[in-house]
Design a protein. Structure first.
Length: 105
Protein backbone atom coordinates (compact mmCIF):
# COMPACT_ATOMS: atom_id res chain seq x y z
CA UNK A 1 0.00 0.00 0.00
CA UNK A 2 2.89 2.37 0.65
CA UNK A 3 4.29 1.74 -2.86
CA UNK A 4 1.57 3.75 -4.60
CA UNK A 5 2.30 6.70 -2.31
CA UNK A 6 5.99 6.51 -3.23
CA UNK A 7 5.11 6.34 -6.92
CA UNK A 8 2.83 9.36 -6.54
CA UNK A 9 5.57 11.44 -4.89
CA UNK A 10 8.13 10.41 -7.50
CA UNK A 11 5.73 11.39 -10.30
CA UNK A 12 4.88 14.67 -8.60
CA UNK A 13 8.55 15.50 -8.13
CA UNK A 14 9.28 14.70 -11.79
CA UNK A 15 6.48 16.97 -13.00
CA UNK A 16 7.47 19.91 -10.78
CA UNK A 17 11.26 19.63 -11.01
CA UNK A 18 12.39 21.72 -14.00
CA UNK A 19 15.57 19.66 -14.35
CA UNK A 20 13.91 16.24 -14.56
CA UNK A 21 14.33 14.24 -17.75
CA UNK A 22 10.64 14.55 -18.53
CA UNK A 23 10.69 18.35 -18.30
CA UNK A 24 13.87 18.67 -20.35
CA UNK A 25 12.46 16.39 -23.05
CA UNK A 26 9.20 18.32 -23.10
CA UNK A 27 11.03 21.65 -23.27
CA UNK A 28 13.26 20.74 -26.20
CA UNK A 29 10.35 19.10 -28.05
CA UNK A 30 8.30 22.25 -27.53
CA UNK A 31 11.25 24.36 -28.71
CA UNK A 32 11.56 22.43 -31.98
CA UNK A 33 7.79 22.49 -32.64
CA UNK A 34 7.48 26.19 -31.79
CA UNK A 35 10.49 27.22 -33.89
CA UNK A 36 9.36 25.19 -36.88
CA UNK A 37 5.82 26.54 -36.74
CA UNK A 38 7.11 30.09 -36.29
CA UNK A 39 9.30 29.82 -39.39
CA UNK A 40 6.39 28.36 -41.33
CA UNK A 41 4.23 31.26 -40.23
CA UNK A 42 6.89 33.76 -41.25
CA UNK A 43 6.99 32.26 -44.71
CA UNK A 44 3.20 32.38 -45.17
CA UNK A 45 1.90 34.46 -48.08
CA UNK A 46 -0.80 36.52 -46.36
CA UNK A 47 0.26 38.90 -43.61
CA UNK A 48 -2.96 38.91 -41.61
CA UNK A 49 -3.07 35.11 -41.58
CA UNK A 50 0.57 34.97 -40.57
CA UNK A 51 0.02 37.34 -37.65
CA UNK A 52 -3.13 35.60 -36.48
CA UNK A 53 -1.55 32.16 -36.64
CA UNK A 54 1.54 33.34 -34.78
CA UNK A 55 -0.52 34.86 -31.97
CA UNK A 56 -2.61 31.70 -31.62
CA UNK A 57 0.51 29.51 -31.74
CA UNK A 58 2.29 31.60 -29.13
CA UNK A 59 -0.62 31.82 -26.71
CA UNK A 60 -1.51 28.16 -26.88
CA UNK A 61 1.93 26.61 -26.94
CA UNK A 62 3.38 28.54 -24.02
CA UNK A 63 0.45 27.79 -21.75
CA UNK A 64 -0.43 24.28 -22.84
CA UNK A 65 2.90 22.59 -23.51
CA UNK A 66 4.66 23.65 -20.37
CA UNK A 67 4.30 25.92 -17.38
CA UNK A 68 5.85 29.34 -17.89
CA UNK A 69 8.23 29.28 -14.95
CA UNK A 70 9.57 25.87 -15.88
CA UNK A 71 10.18 27.05 -19.45
CA UNK A 72 12.04 30.14 -18.24
CA UNK A 73 14.07 28.14 -15.73
CA UNK A 74 15.18 25.59 -18.31
CA UNK A 75 15.81 28.23 -20.99
CA UNK A 76 18.04 30.29 -18.72
CA UNK A 77 19.89 27.27 -17.35
CA UNK A 78 20.41 25.56 -20.69
CA UNK A 79 20.59 28.65 -22.88
CA UNK A 80 23.48 27.47 -25.11
CA UNK A 81 21.69 24.22 -25.94
CA UNK A 82 18.35 26.02 -26.37
CA UNK A 83 19.97 28.58 -28.67
CA UNK A 84 21.59 25.80 -30.71
CA UNK A 85 18.27 23.97 -31.06
CA UNK A 86 16.47 27.15 -32.14
CA UNK A 87 19.20 28.08 -34.62
CA UNK A 88 19.44 24.63 -36.15
CA UNK A 89 15.67 24.20 -36.35
CA UNK A 90 15.15 27.66 -37.83
CA UNK A 91 17.91 27.18 -40.42
CA UNK A 92 16.56 23.77 -41.39
CA UNK A 93 12.99 25.05 -41.58
CA UNK A 94 14.00 27.96 -43.80
CA UNK A 95 16.09 25.64 -45.98
CA UNK A 96 13.36 23.04 -46.48
CA UNK A 97 10.62 25.66 -46.82
CA UNK A 98 12.34 27.81 -49.43
CA UNK A 99 10.72 28.43 -52.76
CA UNK A 100 12.60 26.73 -55.54
CA UNK A 101 12.94 28.25 -58.99
CA UNK A 102 11.44 26.31 -61.83
CA UNK A 103 13.78 25.52 -64.65
CA UNK A 104 12.26 26.63 -67.92
CA UNK A 105 12.99 24.41 -70.87
Amino acid sequence: MIEWIDEFWIGLEASLNPYSEQQLTLFFTWLVVFTTSSVALIMADRRWLRLLAWVVCTCSSFGLWQAGWITLTIATSYWPAALAVVGTTAAGSFWFGRRRRRIQA
